[in-house]
Each structure stands twice: as structure tokens, then as C-alpha cells.
Ligand binder design. Structure first.
Ligand SMILES: Cc1ncc(C[n+]2csc(CCOP(=O)(O)OP(=O)(O)O)c2C)c(N)n1
Ligand SMILES: [Mg+2]
Length: 542
């Protein structure tokens, strides 16, 4: 068997069952070998799309995924999505063909590219070690939660190899917390009268939700998440939804009232903590993370516990003395009445030509089925779909914003849709991000995904308009003539609507009631005269 074939087969055999990519000569054989061994190949129309589809697939399935790209330019096209994945510690294996002759047109220093975005460079070193090298790349991706670039040198790909059966991956290791740290956390919780838990990406693992809810129930903690873990405590009556810039005024006030904030698998970064403004002057801050380097990386913490979220929550839960803590009847009532953004009164700023983004989002929240998975692009608009559309659990929200890139939302929705096929996938995009990634509309239509794409179209890079407009700067570089995105979508095979008022949304119900064999795009002409609340908040922080 040839090296390329042996590598592809080994990857599929150790469990990489989805591979996203754009196939060229250099990755043709390895990709086909994965397909022959049972993996599903998803053709994207741009490698940037492929990388983000794989990232979202891995996040929303809780597994590892692969990206397959051509040498050089295939990899450079994927780099923005790979930076996002690497920063988010998504387990990904990127199969990249590689030329080793510096005079080749395709030459680029692929190791340097990987390192520059925080991915781990790896390589098939020889025909003899090919399978072991491939399995090692998957092991690193899964065990260390890394994005691994596995280079496949072209001059090795055609060599013969024995292709031994791949070794099984070593079993996962649970990071048990230190006894003394558990004791310190028990003490901190026992002393606290108003604890708030903020759960992050590290709390999305098996059993974490139950362990945290049980512990929070014992010590009377209120529950919140970072944006990437939105949905984790969805139906818990003590849930404040997302902490940080996205939080509603009532949620922010309750978090600010905490005397102890515990980040569980959560960086407690400037977004989640509003540059520290959600931490009251008297509050103690604790953080639990499997990685020692993560503790205190974004802010000083009074107590750091190195350990797995579930193992730590269970160990602490076994000893913490029961207390009502922050939980009282008035707090429960306040959460029920005013934590959801859609319950916060607002003055609708819609016109005959344009719909208010809040009105649009609330109307969609009412009509869309509960079983949904929402992917959100970047921009001024992003808070509306993130906070006005509810999601059933942590598998219902995919937030690829670690690199703050626009243009990743649509591909995110594709990966999420494939990982959660029982749910309605919703891609919420700005017009800027939608047009940047427009090629993947073809992928959505070709795959027959039952997707709803909502474009919050203000004919502008609204984030920039609101950033610079108030200071009187010229805005011609960030404003655009109107674009008929509905017509563009029809060209790709979508059904499409132009929406200027709530009444224009009526056909959405008809589409939902049908077989959804054709995806639907809503080109919502939204008002663009006000910055969203979270953007204003973010500017204040800088
Ligand atoms: C790849 C990339 N390029 C540029 C930016 C800077 N940027 C941030 S938001 C934004 C505007 C996005 O416009 P749109 O998608 O229409 O959303 P809106 O802000 O109008 O709601 C831009 C250009 C970025 N974050 N990422
Ligand atoms: Mg816009």
C-alpha cells in the first residue's frame, strides 16, 4: 500500500469520520483513502470554509475532525479558520500535502504557518513510520485539544509501506484535582453568600453539566456561561444565560453582586467579565481548569484549581456544606422576569423600509423549532441572534469567535448542521460576513442542508460605522450600496425572502412546515442607525 493511502486509512480507522476540504492533486489520494475506509468527505468551496466546517463539526459533535488541503495555497487559504480552531483548542487534524523544494510554486514554510497560529506542526517522516505518525497526530489533537497540521510530503506519498494496523489511541486521562485545592474550594464556597458559577468551554464535556448543577444546588450558586458554552444551563431556573458583554442588564447586575465567582473551564477573559466590570469590588475569584497555564492567564485569581471540571465539581460537591447561598425567592423571580433579553422593553426603531434587529430576532425565536443549532458570524449584529434566539443546550450554539474574524459564520453552520442532524441549523450573518463567505451557499444547497440563513443586512460594516461614526470620521470605506442577497441565494439554489417588516416573515412558517429540502435565506434589511448594546459596551472597555 502507498503512504498516502495508508495514512488516510489509518486516520479513518482511529475514528476520524468527517473530513472537510478542497481536493487538489496533493491531497487527492489521502482523501479518497479516508472515504474508502468509511469517512465522510465534505467538499467546501474554499479552504477557509472547510477549516471552519471541521472546527464546528468537532465542537458540536464532541469529537475530532479533519481538514484536507492542497499543498501551499490550499493551506494558506485555510489559515484564518485554523487560527480560530487553534485558539479555541479544537481537536483538528489538518492533512496538508507539502512540497519540499523551495523553488516549487507551491512552496511555503508550512511548519511556520502552523506555529504562527498556535497549531502544532507534524509530518509524515518516512514510509516506515507513516501510520504511526498519522496516529500520533490524531492522539495529540484529541488528548491535548490541539489543531495539528499533519504535513504529507509529496515525495513520500507514493512510496510503498507495510501499513501496519494502526495502534489504538491511549485512553483519556482525567485530571484529578489536588486534595488541598478541593479543600480550599470547599472553604471558599462555604464562606460565600452569593456565589456565581461561570462555565466555559471546558465545562461542555460529558457529565460536567450535571456535576455543576448539583454542586450549585448545594451551595446556592447562580449559573452562567461564557459565550462558547451558551445553552449549558438552559432550562435551569437559576441560569443567567451568558455572562459578559452579551448579558442582559439583570444578569449583569446579579453577576456583579456575587461575592465569589468561580470560572469552570472558563478563561474569565475580558469578554466574559466585561473587562472586569462584572466582578464586584469585594468578590473573590476562583478558576478551575485542566491546564495550569490557563489559571490566572486573563486576570488575577484568588484560588486556582488544576483539574477536570467534572472531577473537581464532584469532589467539592461531596464536601460542601449545604447553603441557600444566592438563591432566594426574589432572585428567582427576577431571573424569570428579566434575564432574557427578549423580555427587556425596547423602542422599536423599524421604518417602512427596515426592520429592527430585535424585532426580527424575537419573531424568529417565536417561530423556529426549539431543536435548533445556531451559528453566529462576527459584527455589530451578532448579539441579537446570540441572545434573542434561545437554544436547548450547549449543542445548540456554535460560536467561532476566538479570532474575531468575520466570514466564519456560514461554514460554522454547515459543520454544526452535520454534527447535529436532528436540529434546525441557523446561520446568523451580517451582510459583510455573508458576502465574504458567499461561496459556501453552494455547499449548503448541494448538501441539501435544511438550513435557515438569516442575514442582518445594514449594507455596511456596521461595527466600523458605529465605532468611527460618532467621532465624525468619513465612513465611505465601510458603507456599501444595497445588495440583493436574496437574489444571490436563489442563484445558489436557495429559497429566499427579502424582509423589511415582521409581516414579511410569514413564508418562514410555510418553509418550516414543509420538508425543508431546499435551504431558506432571509435577506433582512435591518436598521443601522444604532450600535448594538454589546458593541457600545466593548468600545467603552477599550
Ligand atoms: C476577516 C476580518 N476582516 C475584518 C474585520 C473587521 N470587522 C469587524 S466587524 C466588521 C463588519 C462586519 O460587517 P457585517 O458582517 O455586515 O456585520 P455588521 O457589523 O454590519 O453587523 C469588520 C469588517 C474582521 N473582524 N475580520
Ligand atoms: Mg452589515
Amino acid at each position: 500500500m502507498r503512504v498516502a493511502e495508508a495514512v488516510g486509512r489509518a486516520l479513518a480507522e482511529v475514528g476520524v469520520d468527517h473530513v472537510f476540504g478542497v481536493v487538489g492533486s496533493g491531497n487527492f489520494h489521502v482523501t479518497n483513502a479516508m472515504v474508502a475506509a468509511g469517512a465522510r468527505f465534505v467538499a467546501a468551496r474554499h479552504e477557509g470554509g472547510a477549516a471552519t466546517m471541521a472546527d464546528a463539526y468537532a465542537r458540536m459533535s464532541g469529537t475530532v475532525a479533519a481538514v484536507s488541503v492542497h499543498q501551499g495555497c490550499g493551506l494558506t487559504n485555510a489559515m484564518t479558520g485554523l487560527a480560530e480552531a487553534a485558539k479555541s483548542r479544537t481537536p483538528l487534524v489538518v492533512l496538508a500535502a507539502e512540497v519540499t523544494q523551495p523553488r516549487s510554486n507551491f512552496y511555503v514554510d508550512q511548519d511556520a504557518l502552523a506555529r504562527s497560529v498556535g497549531a502544532v506542526p507534524a509530518r509524515i517522516g518516512s514510509a516506515d513510520t507513516a501510520v504511526a505518525d498519522a496516529v500520533r497526530a490524531v492522539t495529540t489533537a484529541v488528548r491535548e485539544r490541539r489543531t495539528v497540521l499533519l504535513n504529507l510530503p509529496l515525495d513520500l506519498q507514493g512510496l510503498e509501506t507495510e501499513a501496519p494496523a494502526p495502534a489504538a489511541m491511549p485512553p483519556p486521562v482525567t485530571a484529578e484535582p489536588d486534595e488541598a485545592d478541593v479543600e480550599a474550594m470547599v472553604d471558599a464556597l462555604a464562606r460565600s453568600r452569593r456565589p456565581v458559577f461561570v462555565a466555559g468551554r471546558g465545562a461542555r464535556g460529558p457529565g460536567c453539566r450535571a456535576a455543576l448543577e448539583t454542586l450549585a444546588g448545594s451551595c446556592g450558586a447562580l449559573l452562567a456561561t461564557s459565550a462558547v458554552a451558551k445553552g449549558l444551563f438552559h432550562d435551569n431556573p437559576w441560569s443567567l444565560d451568558v455572562s459578559g458583554g452579551f448579558a442582559s442588564p439583570a444578569a449583569a447586575e446579579l453577576i456583579r453582586g456575587a461575592d465569589l465567582i468561580v470560572g469552570w473551564g472558563c478563561a474569565l477573559n475580558m469578554w466574559t467579565m466585561r473587562h472586569g466590570r462584572l466582578i464586584g469590588p469585594e468578590a473573590t475569584v476562583a478558576q478551575v481548569d485542566v491546564e495550569p497555564d490557563a489559571i490566572g492567564a486573563h486576570r488575577d485569581v484568588d484560588l486556582g484549581v488544576v483539574g477536570d471540571v467534572r472531577a473537581t465539581a464532584e469532589a467539592v460537591g461531596a464536601r460542601v456544606p449545604p447553603s441557600p447561598g444566592y438563591r432566594s425567592e426574589p432572585v428567582l423571580e427576577e431571573i424569570a422576569a428579566s434575564v432574557r433579553w427578549r423580555d427587556v422593553p425596547y423602542a422599536d426603531n423599524g421604518t417602512a423600509e427596515r426592520i429592527d434587529s430585535r424585532t426580527l430576532s424575537i419573531a424568529l425565536d417565536d417561530v423556529l423549532p426549539t431543536e435548533r443549532v445556531i451559528a453566529v458570524d462576527s459584527g455589530n449584529f451578532m448579539g441579537y441572534p446570540s441572545m434573542f434566539l434561545s437554544v436547548p443546550d450547549e449543542w445548540g450554539f456554535c460560536f467561532t469567535q476566538a479570532f474575531q474574524s468575520i466570514g466564519l459564520g456560514l461554514a460554522t453552520a454547515v459543520g454544526a448542521a452535520l454534527a447535529q442532524p436532528g436540529r434546525l441549523p441557523v446561520a446568523a450573518l451580517g451582510d459583510g460576513g455573508a458576502l465574504m463567505s458567499v461561496a459556501e451557499l453552494e455547499t449548503v444547497a448541494r448538501l441539501g442542508l435544511p438550513m435557515l440563513v438569516v442575514v442582518y443586512n445594514d449594507a455596511a460594516y456596521g461595527a466600523e460605522v458605529h465605532h468611527f461614526g460618532p467621532d465624525g470620521h468619513p465612513l465611505d470605506t465601510v458603507r456599501f450600496p444595497p445588495t440583493d442577497i436574496a437574489a444571490i441565494a436563489r442563484g445558489f439554489g436557495f429559497e429566499a425572502l427579502t424582509v423589511r417588516s415582521e409581516a414579511d416573515l410569514a413564508p418562514v412558517s410555510t418553509w418550516l412546515a414543509g420538508d425543508r429540502a431546499t435551504p431558506l435565506l432571509i435577506d433582512a434589511k435591518v436598521t443601522g442607525d444604532e450600535p448594538s448594546w454589546w458593541l457600545e459596551e466593548a468600545f467603552r472597555g477599550h
